[in-house]
Unconditional design. Sequence first.
Length: 288
Amino acid sequence: MSTDTADRSVRRSTNSFAGDVWVNFKRWNLKAVRNPFVLVVSLVQPIIFLVLFTQVFGEVAGGAVNRGQPGISYETYLVPAIAVQVALAAAVTSGVGLVNDIENGMFEKVLVSPMNRTAVFVGKTAAEVFRIAVQVVIILGLGVLLGAEIATGVAGAAAIVGVGVLFSLWFVAFSNAVAVITKDQESTIIGANLLQFPLLFLSSAFLPLEVLPGWIQTFARFNPVTYGVDTARAIMLDADVMTVVEVSRFGGAMDTVVPGVAVLAGLALLFGGVAVTLLSRASSSNVQ
């Protein structure tokens, strides 16, 4: 047996893949509980958007919404967008947490441990999407208090939480990939935030696409936020609201939900693969 083979044998984890996932899931949740400031900040910004947009711009924006969807309050129209925004904002913190691990030496210890590196990423991501799900539930509850209506009821609310989680996966992976590449907290925050706000405002999040300039409508066709927001909004309204992809074979809201979920799942697999590859190629020497 070669030395390299022997080393790999020694370094093989005694845990199963699921065990490694569970260890990392618990570690990242405990870390969040001990430092709740980041969680609060990632939730406060979407709440401010929800309150300000509905109370300050609600009447004007509501008029634009009612041109295409009569009888829909702006609160009902906006809540799915804020659910996606909270997923986006919380996903930004994922890379920041990884950079903190790199800076304090914890990531180097993980790299030289026998744990499966894919399991490390999956466990970390699972902990983060769990917290994102809780935050989306808070947004939905606040939206209902402000007057939003979920046409599909409790089941629809659960489905919207699922969409928020699915949407967050690609940006969590992107944030972690940036963290591994830059190994710098400020660069990770800037890189993620440079995308966050353009993606939100150049989509169907706050206003129907038909009232926006043509170049925004074109950009929105390739914008993941459009697919996330339209999918959540279709569930919220129980109606087909997709404006960038014409699908008619499923009927009703499913004409939006099916293509939206397919796009988000594809993005999650793509960016997740990139993040896992970068983590797998990392070594203790290139994270110092």
